[in-house]
Design a protein around this ligand. Structure first.
Ligand SMILES: [Zn+2]
Length: 252
């Protein structure tokens, strides 16, 4: 378990209390301090927890970009749908709240999610710190509290995400998790595993030593690629569920 970064509990708490007091005085527009919510310790802790992966698309970020500290519930204003009116204020009281902060790639965060935060029941939206967000029913899959596998799977050669539920479909559509460049990258990553799987099938039963060696490598790939630290682990889990790898000594 990683402790909550200090700055959120000190400066972040002070800012939260000041905004709540200002709201009570009638203020409805707030400014936010990036040097608090995206403080170095906050960012480094998120990087460690998420293995430098975007919380939405599961792409590794670190080799091309620093990534954004993303607010699951938007801090300044929210929107029920793309093009819908802004709802202000946003979730200002959660701007420095640890449970609301994640690491995301700039495409998911800035280009697609932005202020989007659709609810199944728009009327349940918490509009101030006087409301409880526990009464909301968000459509976007929560990166930590929800199990993505319950809401989405992968179709079309196992690289294009498809929703199993309304929430899965809303998340794919809102964040464009089916965008072409992402699909192409997933396909490239999966192609190595697919090739190895096909090689195993090519070995005749009369070549048990070679077949077992290929299987051994495939099992290692499965172990590595389905672990949380791996890029697109969700896609690999879905693929291996559909393509079970014979285990050692199973005789298959
Ligand atoms: Zn992303």
């Amino acid at each position: 378990m990683f402790p909550v970064p200090d700055t959120l509990q000190t400066a972040g708490l002070t800012e939260k209390q000041a905004m709540e007091a200002a709201y009570d005085e009638g203020c409805r527009s707030f400014t936010f301090r990036k040097n608090i919510y995206a403080d170095a310790e906050v960012k480094q802790t998120l990087i460690s927890i998420q293995h430098y992966k975007c919380c939405f698309c599961e792409s590794k970020i670190g080799h091309i970009d620093d990534g954004d500290v993303e607010h699951f519930r938007p801090k300044a204003a929210s929107r029920q749908a793309a093009g819908a009116p802004f709802i202000q204020p946003g979730y200002y009281w959660l701007a420095y709240h640890w449970d609301n902060l994640f690491l995301a790639c700039t495409k998911c965060n800035q280009r697609h999610k932005g202020n989007l935060f659709p609810l199944q029941t728009p009327g349940s939206r918490a509009l101030s710190h006087l409301h409880d967000v526990a009464g909301e029913d968000p459509l976007f899959i929560h990166p930590e509290h929800d199990d993505p596998a319950q809401h989405l799977t992968f179709d079309h050669e196992n690289i294009v995400p498809a929703g199993n539920s309304e929430r899965g479909r809303a998340t794919i559509e809102g964040l464009r998790l089916d965008r072409t460049e992402l699909t192409q990258h997933r396909a490239e990553m999966l192609s190595v595993v697919k090739a190895l799987y096909d090689v195993v099938a090519l070995f005749p039963e009369e070549e048990p030593v070679l077949r077992e060696e290929a299987l051994r490598i495939l099992r290692l790939q499965q172990l590595d690629h389905t672990a949380g630290k791996h890029q697109y682990a969700g896609m690999f889990r879905a693929w291996f569920r559909r393509h079970p790898v014979p285990q050692a000594g199973s005789g298959n």
